[in-house]
Design a binder for this molecule. Structure first.
Ligand code: PAF
Length: 280
């Protein structure tokens, strides 16, 4: 496994690598959710590339960039065990050199939910993913459904800009009590950790109402709010979104012929948790 710090060397090694090449972009602090992407990418491709880059441009000024969990040596060990060939781990100035001034501005898919709660977040995500795609020119790239709106933004950018990458989405990995795996779970205190599965229970309650025939988004949303409202350690509900699973357009009633995403973002203490379910 080679660890590469410069864009030029990564581009050269990827250009010379055996195809197909699968890319797993990450911000490190790897958990089983990431490893499910890595394993799928290993199974699908001749060359497995991963990136570890905590992307400063997708964090707002009051967000957790500085204290985002970092475990570089452990991440490398895990990637090596999973059979990665190339790991791109550039310093920030390699990705955003002095004078960097070109950004990808996603459209309406990035407007609601995370886009509204975290202004500029998807501009940073889309820009870094476009750069990673351009440097590595992957045949396939792997992302987790846990960041459902992020996947929709990346799919739309990939299609609109003819980047030609097969975007593979892998299911959300969960703890036995339903909490979606996330690097940020490490910030939860024991009490908060106990409260956090309320997010998944809220999603399941909303799904249950929908499965029993409810199509009014307001009433589906209320089922989720009822569960979240009962959990005293859930300090704030940023949103419960009922949206078209591809366009992220908010829905008043759920259609029969297109998948729908229910997405939740809450704050538990200092930790912001997001999760979603797709109803098909
Ligand atoms: O999901 C993440 O870890 C990041 O948003 C990504 C896709 C690696 C871009 O920085």
């Amino acid at each position: 496994m080679k660890v590469i710090e410069t864009c030029a060397e990564m581009a050269a090694l990827c250009a010379a690598a055996q195809r197909p090449l699968g890319l797993v972009p990450t911000m490190g602090a790897l958990h089983d959710g990431h490893l499910s992407l890595v394993r799928q990418a290993r199974a699908d491709n001749e060359t497995l590339a991963a990136s570890i880059f905590v992307n400063p441009s997708q964090f707002g000024p009051n967000e957790d960039f500085a204290k985002y969990p970092r475990s570089f040596e452990r991440d490398l060990q895990l990637l090596e065990e999973e059979g990665a060939d190339l790991v791109f781990a550039p310093p920030p100035e390699e990705v955003y050199p002095e004078g960097f001034d070109t950004w990808i501005e996603p459209g309406s898919v990035a407007e609601g939910m995370e886009g509204e709660a975290r202004p500029g977040h998807f501009r940073g995500v889309a820009t870094v993913v476009a750069k990673l795609f351009t440097i590595t020119r992957p045949d396939r790239a792997y992302f987790g459904q846990k960041d459902g709106q992020q996947v929709a933004v990346i799919r739309k950018m990939n299609a609109d800009l003819n980047l030609g990458v097969e975007v593979v989405t892998m299911p959300t990995m969960r703890e036995p009590d339903g909490l979606a795996l996330s690097s940020r779970n490490a910030y939860l205190t024991p009490d908060e950790r106990e409260a956090a599965p309320a997010v998944y229970r809220a999603l399941c309650a909303a799904e249950d109402v929908w499965r029993r025939g409810e199509r009014d988004a307001g009433r589906i949303r209320r089922a989720a709010h009822n569960i979240l409202g009962r959990e005293t350690l859930v300090d704030a509900v940023d949103y419960v979104g009922i949206v078209d699973a591809e366009t992220m357009r908010p829905l008043a009633t759920t259609p029969e012929d297109r998948p729908v995403m229910i997405a939740v973002a809450v704050r538990v203490g200092a930790v912001r948790l997001i999760d979603n379910l797709v109803l098909e």
